[in-house]
Design a protein around this ligand. Structure first.
Ligand code: NCD
Length: 306
């Protein structure tokens, strides 16, 4: 039986494959019309057991722009999971109705388990507080277009580094490039988990930890803001206490580099004041737009469309 290529963890892709995806996505941005029929007759299923706006809609928009079709559900309550069906059963059934499945689930590892039984490729669109590889592809194309490189960068990651799955996947990806330094900015309660830090240590990647968003501001090439992940908290009081810990505004950017790239996977709650939106260094809405094109490239790759 032919081996299926899934995307569960960003490390399922080699650096060459990532570079090729970015190349194709850049080509789609300039020649979108020539991709209009590439997925004629193909079906993408989006199974979202957790809320989403960008990830689900950008995948759907990506498939529709390639001439394919989409089906799926956007909440577990509207699927048979609410009747007690297991993820494994759902996947085996949906594999019979589609060519490719995009899945988001609150349980860490659920897309991996699904991929072991699936007859079609599975894309992890976020599993609990663990990983979010397609957001990372979105982040990588953004960095590559905005900075012109993926190496020799000082990257500030700010906010909920404990539960923020986009941060975990981005660190895993960037740790494979040369000359990367991370500045990990979080309250003590939301520091990067040890299992991700081990990855940094094992690869000899330099990083510093701080509570203070201003401490290294003048050194940063990228500032990646994140939302405090309310849905992963056990205690409402802790969330309320921590949710507005960092609010990036014009004043805090006073010492930042002129060519800083400010990113955020979105949705934003309060982490970036809207007064920053007009700053030419604000890249987060562009970032969301690039997400569609890199997902088009990924769909083509996993469906093996030339
Ligand atoms: C992120 C996620 O779902 O992890 N959103 C996204 O996919 N763009 C970030 C978040 O929800 O805070």
């Amino acid at each position: 039986m032919k081996k299926i290529k899934n995307l569960i963890d960003i490390k399922d892709l080699s650096l060459k494959e990532i570079n090729d995806l970015i190349k194709v996505a850049n080509d789609i941005i300039t020649n979108e019309d020539s991709y209009k029929k590439k997925c004629d007759g193909k079906i993408l299923a989006t199974l979202f057991f957790e809320p989403s706006t960008r990830t689900r809609l950008s995948f759907e928009s990506a498939m529709l722009s390639l001439g394919g079709n989409v089906l799926g559900f956007s909440e577990a309550s509207s699927s048979s999971v609410s009747k007690g069906e297991s993820v494994i059963d759902t996947i085996q059934v949906v594999g019979g109705y589609s060519d490719l499945i995009v899945m988001r689930h609150p349980k860490e590892g659920a897309p991996f388990v699904a991929s072991m039984k699936s007859s079609v490729p599975i894309i992890n669109a976020g599993d609990g507080g663990h990983n979010h590889p397609t957001q990372t592809l979105t982040d990588l194309i953004t960095i590559s277009r905005e900075k012109g490189r993926l190496d020799n960068l000082v990257i500030g990651l700010c906010g909920d580094l404990k539960f923020g799955r986009t941060v975990h996947s981005l660190i895993n990806a960037m740790s494979r490039y040369k000359g990367i330094k991370f500045v990990l900015i979080s309250p003590n309660e939301l520091v990067l988990p040890d299992y991700v830090k081990k990855e940094l240590d094992a690869n000899n990647i330099s990083y510093v930890e701080t509570n203070d968003i201003l401490e290294y501001m003048d050194e940063l090439d990228i500032l990646y803001m994140t939302r405090v992940q309310k849905e992963r908290f056990f205690n409402e009081d802790d969330y309320v206490r921590l949710k507005d810990y960092y609010i990036l505004n014009k004043e805090k950017l006073a010492k930042a580099k002129k060519d800083l790239c400010i990113m955020h996977p979105l949705p934003r709650v309060n982490e970036i004041s809207t007064e920053v939106d007009d700053d030419p260094r604000a890249c987060y809405f562009k970032q969301a737009r690039y997400g569609k094109y890199i997902r088009m490239a990924l769909i083509l790759k996993l469906l093996e469309v030339k």
